[in-house]
Design a protein around this ligand. Structure first.
Ligand code: GLA
Length: 400
């Protein structure tokens, strides 16, 4: 063999690594995940029924696509060949048949594994089996992998996630790669070339502003997740998103709190992964989760995460630049009590601290759409005067 050929062959594996699949998440991924509501109580009938609900109840039409099976889907041990085996009591038909069903509905399927030796729920993790697992997932038709960070003593997050990225790439089936190390290792600094999204917090809890202390770790209410990290929005954008965790909309909060939660996930350009029982969601919850105008803010092609412009007493003003020089502006009442709120646009000049967008409302006038009422609401030529219910939002899309 000629020397040049040998050199070329030596470099081939290197050329194949170091890449993630291109353009799998130009806008934040939308879907559903089993964990928040079902924990370990998952099975194929549930997952099929979720796929049916996606089609029947308008989630698919609204843009939701990924149905993600979280932890606790496999047997407690690998088989003799070292493969992960779906628990036959939960998934008697296997994952491939389930994937086929989900694909037949025009939807996509996600699964869960962990960078460590065992998952957080104590099932086998992928450490040392990355390529074998990636190939297995590809053979089943998996489209999305959530990859957790339990039992990882001795591992470096960036390296461990890069190993799985390379395995997925080598397996050859495009897979959205969701990094889930809770923001512990500042993934926004290194994960853009590894995954399509990265968690920025510990696990969410179904409450507006609480902290649930488990001793060695904590779960975080919706507002705690929103305000946990500073200065990370500049790292997010198309194909690399800050992930504020699966949503708790429909999991026991008030309608106002659900609306604020969904609004903030949309404003923050987070993945919109539902975490409720979509088979039995009440009309208010369905209405919130499928609000087309709010989703359009989340899915805006610029992919710019909102920033907090200012606090006005207990009301936070959040601003998100949108395509065509439009804006989304959200007034969020953090208090339990209603507020009488006023905002004179003409006195505000807003400058994005990280991206090149600014607006001077004394010079430029916009039409207002009230996103939650669906009503046209005049122009920025007039001051806003409104009552905002406790823990609720007032959100406008500003256009020309
Ligand atoms: C971790 C993750 C959760 C969920 C559980 C499953 O806590 O952050 O989202 O996947 O593990 O055990």
């Amino acid at each position: 063999m000629k020397k040049t050929w040998i050199i070329l062959l030596l470099f081939l594996p290197v050329a194949a690594s170091g890449q993630k699949f291109p353009n799998l998440a130009p806008t934040p991924p939308m879907g559903w995940n089993s964990w928040n509501t079902f924990n370990t109580n998952i099975n194929e009938n549930l997952i099929r029924a979720v796929a049916d609900a996606f089609v029947k109840d308008g989630y698919k039409d609204a843009g939701y696509k990924y149905i993600i099976i979280d932890d606790c889907w496999s047997m407690k041990q690998r088989n003799k060949e070292g493969n992960l085996v779906p628990d036959p009591a939960k998934f008697p038909g296997g994952i491939k048949a389930l994937a086929d069903y989900i694909h037949s509905k025009g939807l996509k399927i996600g699964i869960y594994s962990c960078a460590g030796t065992r998952t957080c729920g104590d099932y086998p993790g992928s450490k040392g089996y990355e390529l074998q697992d990636a190939k297995l997932f590809a053979s089943w038709g998996i489209d999305y992998l959530k990859y957790d960070w339990c039992n990882t003593a001795g591992l470096t997050a960036e390296k461990a996630y890069a190993t799985m990225r390379d395995a997925l790439f080598a397996a050859g089936r495009p897979v959205v790669f969701g990094i889930c190390e809770w923001g512990d290792n500042q993934p926004w600094l290194w994960a853009k070339n590894i995954g399509q999204l990265w968690r920025i917090s510990g696990d969410i809890a179904p409450c507006f502003d609480c902290v649930v202390d488990h001793g060695s770790y904590k779960d975080w209410g919706v507002m705690k997740v929103v305000s946990m990290r500073k200065d990370i929005r500049k790292y997010a954008g198309p194909n690399g998103w800050n992930d504020f965790d699966m949503m708790e909309v429909g999991n026991g909060m008030t309608a106002s709190e659900n609306r604020s939660h969904f609004t903030m996930w949309s404003m923050l350009a987070s993945a919109l992964i539902m975490g409720n029982d979509v088979r039995s969601a009440d009309p208010s919850t369905v209405g919130i989760l499928t609000n087309k105008e709010m989703i359009a803010v989340n899915q805006d092609p610029l992919g710019i995460q909102a920033f907090k412009y200012k606090d006005i007493d207990s009301t936070e003003v959040w601003v998100k630049p949108l395509k065509n020089k439009e804006w989304a502006v959200c007034f969020l009442n953090r208090k339990k009590e209603p507020v009488s709120f006023g905002f004179n646009w003409a006195e505000n000049m807003i400058s994005d601290p990280d991206f090149d967008f600014k607006v001077d409302f004394s010079k430029e006038k916009f039409n207002l759409l009230n996103i939650w009422s669906g009503n046209r609401a005049g122009t920025t030529g007039d001051a806003v005067k409104a009552q905002i219910a406790g823990h609720d939002v007032l959100v406008f899309r500003l256009s020309h």
